[in-house]
Design a protein around this ligand. Structure first.
Ligand code: AMO
Length: 430
């Protein structure tokens, strides 16, 4: 008799009759001299029948139990099997539940869902979000590793913000002042220049943005890529399209159950249309009478463009290219023919920016000028800027906001749903 640890997967394939199951009590019903206990673990739910001495067994839902029993075939359950319990042991009781989790749809507001994360995660639709997220991340690294990229780890405590602007969290660092990294931008470029050529990083980044919106977090996971020896920034967009295609393919293959639960379908990513920012603003003006902020798109504009590319190209994605210099960080490569604009792009997915990317400046003097034009003090960025005196290949890269990708894909109500423990302007707990 070998005792098995997991539920459905083991039960289905096991020829052994005796199983050990461990999980949470989803439900218990008493019917005459039988009780039916639905036991849930990470792989699913199975019915356990409690008879004889065990009939009428008292246990609170969501308690953690261990059941030893006999696995038998039955036509009465969806699984085609159930367990005739021989022994039930309570490992830990659930004394109190802030809300009911065993409903088909979780009927709580966002705040309660986040405040009581441990309980909301018990709902299969909620935990499914994080299984999808995990699969995306794994596919991202799988694809890049297969394509000769090296995973890197760069500091999150830094001396300067890499994205310009004032959105940095300050913190005391012994006798100095430091910041939480807004992105791994400088370091990923430095590692390309260091000779690794092709790198990626998966890590949290921090933005001190005081936005209480459905798409902003103050800490999010950035999927960063940077690679050298590129000809132009179209190569960067091509790599991103390839990575995303692979990520969605893997989620389609590995998360069938989760996608069914969440009623999500994997998009077909053929050629992603490219529209220059200027064209995009013109489309918004002529088609939707929508004015845009100078050199940028606003939330409403992004939404309308999402609608436009869906109608015109049947695409959920669109690259918006060639942002003006003023709208992009100091490290962005100006366009050869028109230096007022840059070789940069954003990727919109279902009308929301999920990525920024660009070719970077790899020429020392050009970089100094670019920093100075932004009013930045070159000496504050010395170790980064020195990189470009040591021989650095033409390079570029991009970063995908993981939570935004998941939020849009699963059509959640808010990006916070795609973060297990989100940090926003007011939320620091749990
Ligand atoms: P950017 O600042 O545009 O670019 O950020 C890249 C992507 O990160 C996500 N993102 C956010 N997600 C949630 N909450 C936020 N507050 C938030 N801010 C940004 C978005 C965005 O597209 N270094 C460059 C990337 C590069 O060029 O490689 C950068 O950080 O999905």
């Amino acid at each position: 008799q070998t005792l098995k640890r997991s539920l459905i997967r083991e039960c289905k394939s096991s020829s052994k009759k005796v199983v050990l199951l461990q999980g949470w009590v989803k439900k218990i019903r008493h019917l005459g001299n039988l009780s039916f206990l639905l036991l849930r673990d990470r792989t699913g739910v199975i019915q356990c029948v409690l008879e004889n001495d065990l009939a009428g067994y008292k246990v609170d839902v969501e308690s953690v139990v261990e059941i030893i029993g006999e696995l038998v075939e039955t036509t009465k359950t969806e699984l085609g099997v159930e367990v005739l319990a021989k022994e039930v042991k309570v490992l830990n009781t659930s004394d109190r539940l802030p809300f009911e989790v065993n409903k088909r749809k979780l009927q709580v507001g966002l705040d309660q869902m986040l405040n009581e994360r441990v309980i909301s995660l018990r709902h299969e639709r909620v935990s499914a979000i994080f299984k999808v997220q995990s699969t995306f991340v794994r596919a991202f690294s799988e694809y890049l590793i297969e394509n000769d990229f090296t995973q890197i780890f760069t500091p999150k405590i830094v001396s300067q913000g890499a994205e310009g602007g004032a959105n940095v969290f300050k913190l005391p660092y012994f006798q100095k002042e430091a910041y939480l990294a807004q992105s791994p931008q400088f370091y990923k470029q430095m590692m390309v220049a260091g000779g690794l050529e092709r790198v990626f990083e998966i890590a949290p980044v921090y933005r001190a943005e005081y936005h209480n919106s459905s798409r902003h977090l103050n800490e999010y996971i950035s999927l960063d890529v940077e690679f050298g020896f590129i000809h132009d920034f179209h190569e960067v967009m091509k790599l991103e399209a390839d990575v995303l295609r692979y990520m969605f393919k893997k989620v389609g293959q590995k998360c069938e159950k989760e996608l069914n639960l969440l009623e999500a379908t994997v998009p077909i990513i053929s050629e992603i249309p490219k529209i220059t920012l200027e064209e995009a603003q013109e489309i918004l003006k002529t088609r939707y009478r929508k004015e845009s902020p100078v050199g940028d798109l606003d939330t409403e504009g992004e939404k309308l463009l999402g609608k436009y590319v869906k109608e015109m190209y049947d695409s959920d994605f669109v690259f918006i290219t060639h942002y003006p210099k003023e709208a992009r960080p100091m490290y962005t490569m100006p366009n050869k023919d028109n230096p007022a604009i840059t070789d940069s792009f954003d990727l919109l997915y279902k009308g929301l920016e999920i990525t920024s990317g660009a070719q970077r400046i790899h020429e020392y003097n050009m970089l100094i000028t670019s920093f100075e034009e932004k009013g930045l003090h070159v000496e504050d960025f010395e170790s980064y800027i020195n990189t470009f005196q040591y021989g650095c290949p033409p390079h570029g890269g991009f970063a995908i906001g993981l939570e935004r990708l998941v939020y849009k894909f699963l059509e959640l109500s808010n990006v916070r749903e795609a973060s297990a423990f989100p940090r926003d302007c007011t939320r620091l707990i749990p």
